[in-house]
Ligand binder design. Structure first.
Ligand SMILES: [Fe+2]
Length: 502
């Protein structure tokens, strides 16, 4: 009854806010068919960041039949790992059975192999290495594979695979959301099938996109075993944070209510102020600075007002996001102005095949083009590159999926963005082009935490916050966004008439 009440309340709120995520489907249907032997085979396997990456990992997998959950965890030499594994109850979810477990007490800087199963039938072995706390970290970031068929999921997987080969020292992978297009069982199975080899090679830090759930709340937290201890706002994604090396990463769910609610911003501010890491990064799906098709809507643009304020105040170095299927990096910004001490925003391009044109009407209405330092529009067969003044400088190189390789080492953070060509070169070789490089430097050991309290958002606080959060968005939408949108409208209509895009 409690769950039904919660769902009804949340349903009503989303409908009122017109930021709906589709229809709300039935949540928990057990399989109708009796279990068969093959139904005990694990699928949709993931190993995720969950808490301290030096000592913990989360695991999730599915089975067709209801089976026990068993994880075989060993060190590289084959000896059983001396770690505790906390299994959650096996749960019927969307026609399958969901298994989740949290491994704790792992040794830092140690490589482990694992198999997931029921004690008889197991997955192929996977591998991960815990953070050795040496202050250096390498990771890769991808976004918006958002495929519907196996072929396109495989092309997205090729991008991820190229990323791991480009940065073989990557300790984990950030996926900035929109794993799938319609979030159906079929699509998640295609995703898992295409990504199988990759998923078993690394640890994933997943960020929910607006397409990852589409009408079924809690899909995301039932696909990946994540730390949900601090935030209750997990209808269409999960807010969580972790520290890897000298980097604090806060993951923000931008799919509920306002893209970000007041409760989320409060959590984010406290979270970013609780770390002594020198580098602070926010990862989320929607982008505050974009020239893509979603840049014109109030939910995305609200980030430019509300989230950037937290980034400014908390000394965030880098914000990684997706949603708009093009690569765009800003110069450092603070207070929505150019500032060398500000935050760099990177819209990470798409690792998949769905690529967005520039919406020129956004320029200087919702995005001051003097903010742009790099722009790559991944059009099929060719790309537009930012030349410092406009994006009409096309490059005929073959363009495919985009990925970013990030390294934080002491006082230097670098990000290199690459494009994997859709087609091979004349010798049949893979073509990977470095399209952007960002280098940030700072003195280390300067950061002291200013928040040491309990950052848990209670359910009561979350629900009490909904109306003020809605009013904040309504105030922004009608007071700031709408006048700008109306001013931009003639240009939008002109572009639509000439190019058929809006
Ligand atoms: Fe999206």
């Amino acid at each position: 009854m409690k769950m039904i009440g919660k769902r009804l309340l949340a349903c009503l709120l989303c409908a009122v806010l017109l930021l709906g995520c589709g229809l709300f489907g039935a949540a928990e249907d057990a399989p109708a068919d009796p279990p068969a032997a093959s139904d005990t085979a694990p699928f949709r396997i993931s190993c995720t960041i969950n808490g301290d990456p030096a000592t913990q990992r989360g695991f999730c997998w599915y089975t067709k039949a209801e089976t026990p959950s068993v994880i075989e965890l060993t060190q590289a030499d084959g000896t059983p790992a001396d770690a505790a594994i906390d299994y959650k109850d096996v749960t019927a979810w969307e026609g399958n059975y969901m298994h989740q477990a949290l491994a704790t007490g792992l040794q830092p800087g140690t490589t482990y192999t694992y198999r997931l199963g029921d004690g008889t039938t197991f997955s192929q072995p996977g591998v991960f290495t815990t953070d050795n706390k040496d202050g250096q970290v390498d990771f890769i970031a991808v976004a918006d594979i958002q495929a519907s068929n196996l072929e396109n999921f495989r092309r997205g997987a090729s991008t991820v695979s190229a990323a791991l080969r480009t940065l073989p020292t990557a300790e984990f992978m950030v996926n900035l959301g929109d794993f799938t297009n319609d979030s159906t069982n079929e699509e998640w199975d295609y995703y898992a099938q295409a990504m199988d080899g990759v998923s078993l090679q690394t640890t994933l830090a997943p960020i929910a996109g607006n397409h990852d759930g589409l009408g079924v709340w809690h899909w995301f937290e039932n696909l990946f075993c994540l730390d949900t201890s601090e935030s209750v706002q997990n209808l269409n994604g999960v807010n969580y944070s972790f520290e890897y090396g000298n980097v604090h990463i806060a993951v923000v769910n931008t799919n509920d209510l306002l893209s970000v609610s007041r409760a989320q911003l409060r959590w984010l501010r406290n979270d970013l102020n609780s770390t002594s890491c020198d580098w602070k990064i926010i990862c989320m799906h929607k982008s505050p600075y974009t020239l893509g098709k979603d840049g014109k809507w109030p939910d995305a643009m609200y980030l430019q007002r509300a989230l950037t304020k937290v980034a400014d105040d908390c000394g965030v170095d880098l914000v990684l996001s997706g949603h708009d299927h093009q690569y765009l990096r800003t110069k450092p910004l603070k207070g929505n102005k150019l500032d060398p001490d500000g935050t760099t925003y990177v819209l990470a391009g798409t690792a998949g095949t769905k690529r967005y044109e520039v919406r020129p009407f956004l320029a200087n209405h919702f995005l001051n083009t003097s903010f742009i330092d790099a722009l790559v529009v991944q059009r099929d067969g060719w790309a537009n590159y930012w030349d410092g003044e406009d994006w009409e400088q096309s490059d005929p190189r073959n363009v495919g999926g985009c990925f970013s390789c990030i390294r934080a080492d002491g006082g230097t953070l670098t990000l290199n963005a690459y494009i994997l060509a859709d087609a091979a070169d004349e010798n049949g070789g893979e073509v990977i082009t470095n399209v952007d490089t960002l280098t940030l430097t700072k003195p280390v050991g300067q950061n002291q935490p200013t928040f040491t309290g309990d950052n848990t958002t209670s359910k009561a606080a979350f629900y009490l916050d909904v109306v003020p959060s809605f009013l904040a968005l309504a105030g922004y939408t009608f007071g700031e966004w709408l006048p700008k949108f109306l001013l931009m409208l003639p240009e939008l209509i002109k572009v639509y008439a000439e190019e058929g895009i809006f």
